[in-house]
Design a protein around this ligand. Structure first.
Ligand code: UDP
Length: 412
């Protein structure tokens, strides 16, 4: 129960170079108000998924800032995670069967974790729905201490009402609730004070750190991608909301005027994710044997370094989502000075200012037109890439996100 997750030590000073001195000074200033505070980050997994990736970068930095920060993961049985996966979908709008049995499975697992709780933190940040009920269970037993914030990483604006109503009773107990953007806040949410904190990328991670041309070229060679010809890339799960089929359609339109163009689609595949595998097969079918379309995944050894290399070597990056949470891949591409063409939805709209730091598109045709425009105009690509990197530097790097959290804790 509540297993501690060891994190690598980090030094905030290492971020001065990529993020700028001012950002680090602001961060230190925010931390000084909390000096010595005991902070717990609580979620349900220490690997896979954006939350684990964010915590892995951030907890070590918070410790270096003089905050006694710990990251712990709640325990859960398989049936609990089956329920919370359904809950995740429902909170994003899917209609699911929501039975008393499911509610019981959820609550029992939270109760088991609450029983194992014997700690004393000044602040607890709870991520996502899985451990959300623990606070209420501790309160019932008079064991609640400190201030609690619920960090919701998903879009609640269209949640399926029966499931949201059930969660509202847990969420209402929190002191603070944190959302990626205003559009994601559940209308009528009662109880916690609402804070908006967009996610961020770690400029020093293997995925985002600087790597030389030689390394990135080697990666292209390994996968048979031609570095001398234009490369259009989308990195995302094979998922209908990421619209991989639409990306291929847009590429086909572009190909009519730029026959040399290649399309690289990278997805991480969990072997136990039948939905992903099924969508990969559909995408493969849609590819229809085109040798200039590359479908790559971790099954072929594409990890963080390879993603970094492929993003860097891309002429244009696409993230043609139809619906999106934040879309970390957009900032990842922008940080590498690439022009990004993104779906006009969710957090992509926070990241790209249309026509300035990238393009926002609403259809396959518009996507093809913008990609074509960028392929034909190296000067536009260079300017947009530079503006894009500056935008990420100002708004979407790790120090800003930690600073936002710390200011929230001070406010609480
Ligand atoms: N990612 C990866 N390999 C892949 C596909 C995705 O490393 O084959 C990473 C990607 O670089 C990003 C994260 O997974 O860091 C996906 O986050 P995003 O917010 O874009 O989308 P999500 O999958 O959370 O909806």
């Amino acid at each position: 129960m509540l297993a501690p997750v060891p994190v690598p030590p980090r030094h905030v000073d290492e971020l001065i170079e990529p993020a700028g001195e001012e950002a680090i000074e602001r961060l230190r200033d925010a931390a000084s108000a909390l000096s010595g505070a005991r902070i717990l980050e609580l979620n349900s997994t220490n690997f896979g998924g954006g939350v684990a990736e964010l915590l892995f970068s951030q907890v070590g930095l918070m410790i270096d800032l003089g905050l006694h920060t710990e990251w712990r993961v709640m325990g859960g049985h398989e049936d609990f995670f089956a329920v919370t996966k359904a809950v995740h979908n429902a909170l994003q709008g899917a209609e699911i069967p929501w039975t008393l049995r499911m509610q019981e499975t959820y609550l029992n697992q939270n109760r088991e974790n609450a029983e194992a709780w014997s700690d004393d933190f000044d602040f607890v940040i709870v991520h996502d729905p899985q451990p959300a009920a623990m606070l209420a269970l501790l309160e019932e037993e008079g064991r609640r201490k400190g201030k609690w914030a619920w960090r919701c990483h998903i879009d609640l604006s269209n949640s399926y009402p029966p499931v949201w109503d059930y969660y509202a009773q847990w969420v209402s107990r929190y002191d603070g609730a944190v959302f990626t953007m205003g559009d994601f806040v559940r209308p009528g949410l009662e109880g916690p004070e609402v804070f908006l904190v967009p996610p961020s990328i770690d400029p020093l991670s293997t995925k985002n750190c600087w790597i030389g041309d030689r390394t990135s070229h080697e990666v292209l060679v390994r996968y048979g991608i031609d570095a001398r010809r234009p490369i259009v890339t989308q990195v995302s799960r094979f998922d209908p909301w990421k619209d991989p089929l639409g990306v291929i359609d847009a590429y086909r339109i572009v190909k009519e005027s730029v026959p040399a163009v290649q399309l690289v689609m990278v997805a991480s595949m969990a072997q136990d994710d039948p939905e992903g595998l099924q969508y990969l097969e559909m995408t493969e079918e849609h590819r229809d044997g085109d040798p200039d379309v590359f479908l790559l995944s971790n099954l072929q050894g594409v990890g963080n370094l390879e993603v970094n290399a492929i993003q860097r070597e891309s002429t244009v990056i696409v993230q043609k989502s139809i619906r999106e949470g934040f879309g970390l891949v957009v900032s990842e591409g922008m940080w590498k000075e690439r022009p990004v063409v993104g779906g006009n939805t969710g957090g992509i709209r926070l990241q790209i200012e249309d026509g300035v730091s990238g393009f926002l598109v609403d259809s396959v045709e518009e996507c093809a037109a913008r990609v074509g425009e960028l392929l034909a105009d190296p000067a536009l690509r260079a300017t947009m890439g530079r503006v894009a990197r500056e935008r990420v530097k100002d708004r979407f790097l790790t120090p800003r996100e930690i600073e936002d959290y710390l200011r929230m804790l001070v406010a609480l």
